[in-house]
Design a protein. Structure first.
Length: 66
């Protein structure tokens, strides 16, 4: 999976986490970020604790990154 750690997209990740913490649903996040070329996906890996990163039950990939 492509995510913010591998592809230097921390601003998108931070914005997604912020909206998620404000109560936005997974479906709303998918719709919001689709127009920027992102696919938001459920990802159990992101539910584990990563040092200095918020826990989130999703990751994302960009259509232009293989």
């Amino acid at each position: 999976m492509n995510d913010d750690l591998n592809h230097e997209r921390p601003l998108y990740a931070d914005k997604m986490v912020d909206l998620y913490n404000k109560g936005y649903s997974f479906e709303q996040l998918s719709e919001i970020f689709r127009c920027d070329g992102f696919e938001v996906v459920l990802c159990l890996r992101h539910m584990s604790v990563i040092e200095n990163k918020p826990i989130r039950p999703f990751g994302f990939r960009h259509k232009n990154i293989s």
